[in-house]
Write a protein that binds this ligand. Structure first.
Ligand code: ADP
Ligand code: TMP
Ligand code: MG
Length: 215
């Protein structure tokens, strides 16, 4: 028996951190993992990349560092699942693909336009049992607490990222994907929509189904 792997994805300020924390509080002995994990060696470089606009990295190198950051934690995620804990993640590979793919509209690197190239370094990582994508209008998102100073926090770019997320997250092609519309919903209402998904799929319980890999 193992725990389930639950992923919450979304744009900046869509409510991921709020909702993953609520879920963590609701599921006993669950763990919460946030990507990027800025506390690791690779996470330190990622943090510098996100916060220092003068810190230069090629798009390809940045993409691979985000993936390497996931691989740094992969064994620990798997150990926790196998020990029977539910693992809740705040962002994962779909953020990796969507933010890089969004760069292809302004970058001349052909790799950023290739979903195949972008997906490749993450193959073999644990596959979430569910990916809940929180979607809301950019206008509503923009009305939330002001943007920080980080690299991707610009309304125009977020619009492109949203389109890219919806390109790679298709509930028809992959039934583990659930798109949750959070427009005009308060924190508790969003939490209750997410809980409905968790309960319907029994994701707060353990399972005998072997853990899948991203393939
Ligand atoms: P993310 O982790 O996706 O960037 P956060 O959970 O940090 O988003 O939320 C961003 C901001 O929006 C925070 O100030 C949070 O309190 C607020 N917020 C989160 N969910 C909602 C909601 N459903 N309605 C209004 N404000 C919200
Ligand atoms: P955060 O605001 O949730 O800490 O995320 C930091 C930024 O990193 C956010 O703008 C999304 C971006 N990101 C990527 O570009 N690639 C990735 O693989 C991940 C996990 C995040
Ligand atoms: Mg957050």
């Amino acid at each position: 028996m193992r725990g389930h792997l639950i992923l919450i994805e979304g744009l900046d300020r869509s409510g991921k951190t709020t909702q993953t924390q609520i879920l963590h509080n609701a599921i006993p002995s669950s763990s919460l993992i946030k990507f990027p994990d800025r506390s690791t060696n690779i996470g330190t470089i990622i943090n510098q990349y996100l916060t220092d606009h003068n810190f230069s990295l090629s798009d390809q190198a940045a993409h691979l560092l985000f993936s390497a950051n996931r691989w740094e934690l992969a064994a620990s995620i798997e150990d926790q699942l196998q020990a029977g804990h539910t693992v809740i993640m705040d962002r994962y590979i779909y953020s990796g693909i969507a933010y890089s793919l969004a760069k292809s509209e302004t970058s001349s690197s052909p790799e950023m336009a290739s979903v195949e190239w972008l997906y490749a370094p993450d193959r073999g990582l644990p596959k979430p049992d569910v990916t809940i994508f929180l979607t809301l209008d950019i206008a509503e998102m923009a009305a939330r607490k002001s943007w920080g100073e980080e690299r991707y926090e610009q309304t125009k770019f977020q619009e492109v990222v949203k389109r890219c997320f919806l390109k790679v997250l298709d509930p028809h092609a992959d039934p583990s994907v659930v798109i949750v519309d959070v427009n005009k919903l308060g924190i508790d209402e969003v939490a209750s929509k997410i809980w409905t998904v968790v309960e319907e799929r029994q994701l707060h319980q353990q399972t005998e189904v072997p853990l899948a890999r991203l393939s």
